[in-house]
Design a protein around this ligand. Structure first.
Ligand code: 13P
Length: 231
């Protein structure tokens, strides 16, 4: 099982260090792989029971790409795990599928573990199941879904940061659809919190959760780890 904390644009270097120190004070359950994705300025070579990853990176070793970081900056801290295609990158920062696929190919070549995010908007959801399938399939264009270090996170855009998770029935259907296209572990993300994580982790084919808001408080993340331990 995988539990991942996406800090987004939250936490500083100091608070990330304190967070990871507290996280290290628990015993990592053997069957749970933990990941933490701090913002770029808080990346470091931490001793941690969680694997540290980056929330995004450009597809080059280094170069003239103002405002970006690349392979050289990740290597400095031994980072080999990356989120790509997050809906906030797609919808707020306008990343195209083509760019995301280029990043994917570059970091796949480097052997990175890639948390690849897909998910439909509310407008697509309201058009029904076929529309959702077509939309998700487009988000897999140019992505090697047989890559052995690929983890797919299904994160419906309307469920992110809204407090309103997708229903277990809806998640189950989408994960079944995705499982017909890939053998990659499938995560759910979108308003996962201590109150709903148990039912989400019990969904068939759900290999874990990518958690935003409810992971930013370390005690809340630890609470979810403890709940997951019993599943
Ligand atoms: P929330 O848990 O805040 O809905 O965010 C989910 C997410 O985007 C994780 O990547």
């Amino acid at each position: 099982m995988i539990l991942a904390a996406n800090f987004k644009m939250n936490h500083t270097r100091a608070s990330t260090r304190a967070y990871l120190q507290r996280l290290n004070s628990i015993e990592k359950p053997a069957h749970i792989d933990l990941f933490v994705f701090p913002p770029f300025t808080a990346l470091d070579s931490y001793e941690s029971i969680a694997t540290i990853g980056a929330q995004n990176a450009y597809c080059a070793e280094s170069g003239s790409y103002t405002g970006e970081i690349g392979l050289a900056q990740l290597r400095e801290f031994g980072i080999e795990t990356l989120i790509l295609g997050h809906s906030e990158r797609r919808h707020i920062f306008g990343e195209s599928q083509e760019l995301i696929a280029q990043k994917f190919a570059f970091y796949k070549e480097q052997g990175f573990t890639i948390f690849y995010c897909i998910g439909e908007t509310l407008e697509v959801k309201e058009r029904g199941e076929d529309a959702i399938h077509i939309y998700l399939q487009k988000q897999l264009e140019g992505i090697d879904t047989s890559y052995d270090k690929l983890i797919i996170a299904y994160e419906p855009v309307w469920a992110i940061g809204t407090g309103k998770s997708a229903t277990p029935e809806d998640i189950e259907k989408i994960l079944a659809f995705l499982a017909s296209h890939t053998d990659a572990p499938l995560l759910y993300g979108g308003s996962v919190k201590p109150a709903n994580i148990a039912e989400i982790l019990r969904i068939p084919r759900c290999a874990g959760a990518l958690i935003g808001t409810a992971s930013w408080d370390v005690e809340s993340f630890i609470e979810m780890i403890q709940i997951a331990k019993e599943i």
